[in-house]
Design a binder for this molecule. Sequence first.
Ligand code: HEC
Ligand code: HEC
Ligand code: HEC
Ligand code: HEC
Ligand code: HEC
Length: 161
Amino acid sequence: MTRYLSAFAVAIVVAVLWIRLLPARPLPQPMHYNHAVHTEMMDCEMCHVGARSAERAGIPQVDLCASCHEEAPPNISTAQWEQVVSDRAIAWQRVTRLPTHAFFSHRRHAGIAAIECTTCHGDIPTRTVAVTSAPIHLDMAACLSCHAEEGASDDCAACHR
Ligand code: HEC
Ligand code: HEC
Ligand code: HEC
Ligand code: HEC
Ligand code: HEC
C-alpha cells in the first residue's frame, strides 16, 4: 500500500514541477500590432483606459483604432481590416492573467502607488509585434517580494477574496 502511495506522491510532484517549469504556452494574437509606433505618440491610458483609475486596464477595441485608421494600417491587409471593422471586434488574448482567487487593482498600483507599467509588464510598450506571452510572470512570490520592500500588505485576505 505505502509503495503505491509513494509512487502516487512522486507522480504528483513530477506533474506540479512539469507545469511550473514549462515555459508559458504562447497565445497567438488575431492580428499584427505594434506598440512602439503608438506609444511614441499616445499615452497608455488612451487605449488602456482604466490603467491608473480602475481595477482593470482593459484592451482597446476596433472602434478606437478606426478613429485613426479609417483605412487598413500598414502591414494589415485591406480584407482583414474590413473584416474586423465589420465584426466590430478583435479577439485579443490577455497574456497577463491571475487565477480568479487572486485580486489585483491597477488603480492601487499604477494610480495610487505610481508604479511604472514596465515594472510589471517589462518591455511590452516597445514591442513592434503583438505580444504572445507575458515578459514577467507575476506569481505570488513576485507580489509578496515587492510588498515586503514597499511595506504593503502581506495579509492573505488582501489578495485572496
Ligand atoms: C491616435 C491615432 C491612432 C490610434 C487610436 C491607433 N493608431 Fe495605429 N497607427 C497610427 C499611426 C499614425 C501609425 C503609423 C503608420 C500610419 O501612418 O498609418 C499607426 C500604425 C499602425 C500599424 C502598423 C504598424 C507597423 O508595424 O507598421 C498597425 C498594425 C496599427 N497602427 C494598428 C492599430 C490598432 C489595432 C489600433 C487600435 C488598438 C490602433 N492602431 C490605434 C495611429 C493610430
Ligand atoms: C493605440 C493603442 C495602444 C496604446 C497607446 C498602448 N497599448 Fe498596450 N495594447 C494595445 C493592444 C491592441 C494590445 C493587445 C495586442 C498585444 O498584446 O500586442 C495591448 C496589450 C498590452 C499589454 C498586454 C496585456 C495583457 O494581455 O497582459 C500590456 C501590458 C500593455 N498593452 C501595456 C501598454 C503600456 C504600458 C502602454 C503605454 C506605454 C500601452 N500599452 C499603450 C494597444 C495599445
Ligand atoms: C504592480 C504590477 C502592475 C503594474 C504596475 C501594472 N500592471 Fe497591468 N497587470 C498586472 C496584473 C497582475 C494583471 C492581470 C490582472 C488580472 O488578471 O486580474 C495586469 C493586466 C494588464 C492588462 C490586461 C488587461 C486587463 O485589464 O487585465 C493590461 C492592458 C495592463 N495590465 C496594462 C497596464 C498599464 C498600461 C500599466 C501602467 C499604466 C500597468 N498595466 C501597470 C500588473 C500590473
Ligand atoms: C512593484 C511593487 C508591487 C508589486 C509587484 C505588487 N504590488 Fe500590490 N501593492 C504595492 C504597493 C506599494 C501597495 C500599496 C498601495 C497603496 O498605497 O494603496 C500595494 C497594494 C496592494 C493591495 C491592496 C492591499 C490592501 O491593503 O488592501 C493588493 C490587494 C495588492 N497590492 C495585490 C497585489 C498582487 C495580487 C500582486 C501580484 C500580482 C501585487 N500586488 C504586486 C506594490 C506592489
Ligand atoms: C500580495 C498578494 C498576495 C498575498 C498577500 C498572498 N497571496 Fe497567495 N497568491 C497570490 C497570487 C497572485 C497567486 C497566483 C499565483 C500564480 O498565478 O502563480 C496566489 C496563489 C496562492 C495559492 C495557490 C497555489 C499557488 O502557489 O499558485 C495559494 C494556496 C495561496 N496563494 C495562499 C496564500 C496564503 C495562505 C497567503 C497568506 C499567508 C497568501 N496566499 C497571501 C497573491 C497573494
